[in-house]
Design a protein around this ligand. Structure first.
Ligand SMILES: [Zn+2]
Length: 150
């Protein structure tokens, strides 16, 4: 169990296109949201105006249970010229997290927590509140901890 760390966010952050707004609104509400096409039962990530399978417009957004497992991961030990904002957070783990309850869609994110990160490690999403460090937007994070303290 560990406290939630304050980490920087990779910039740019926040909705880059209007179609992404519901995802960020979800984070502001403390929820993970993804699109789900009712026409063909497909979970969609990244956000899209159209279902890539049946071509229905405006697939609706649904809350997704914030649990997944690590599909792949990497650990960063050096700050690259384009990511100097992470210099004080080194080393950190970035994982591609698979969501079985959302059709196996995969999301990228930094993983915090005490347990080691391995392929298949169960992780839980948490939302780092918006701050100056995160460009004013909440950020989706993952943790290996089963219980997180403030
Ligand atoms: Zn569809």
């Amino acid at each position: 169990m560990s406290a939630r760390p304050e980490l920087p966010a990779a910039l740019p952050i926040g909705p880059q296109e209007p179609v992404e707004v519901p995802f960020w609104e979800g984070l502001r509400d403390g929820e993970l949201r993804m699109q789900h096409c009712g026409g063909c039962d497909l979970w969609i990530w990244a956000p899209s105006w159209i279902c890539p399978s049946c071509h229905a417009f405006d697939p609706p957004w649904r809350k997704v249970e914030p649990h997944g497992r690590v599909y792949s991961w990497t650990e960063t030990f050096h700050a690259f010229p384009a990511s100097q904002e992470f210099r004080d957070a080194l080393p950190y783990v970035t994982a591609l997290v698979e969501l079985p309850q959302a059709g196996g869609r995969r999301l990228l994110g930094i993983v915090t927590g005490e347990a080691p990160v391995l392929i298949g490690t169960p992780v839980t999403a948490w939302v780092q509140p918006a701050s100056e460090l995160t460009g004013g937007w909440p950020v989706l994070r993952w943790t290996t901890d089963t219980e997180v303290t403030e």
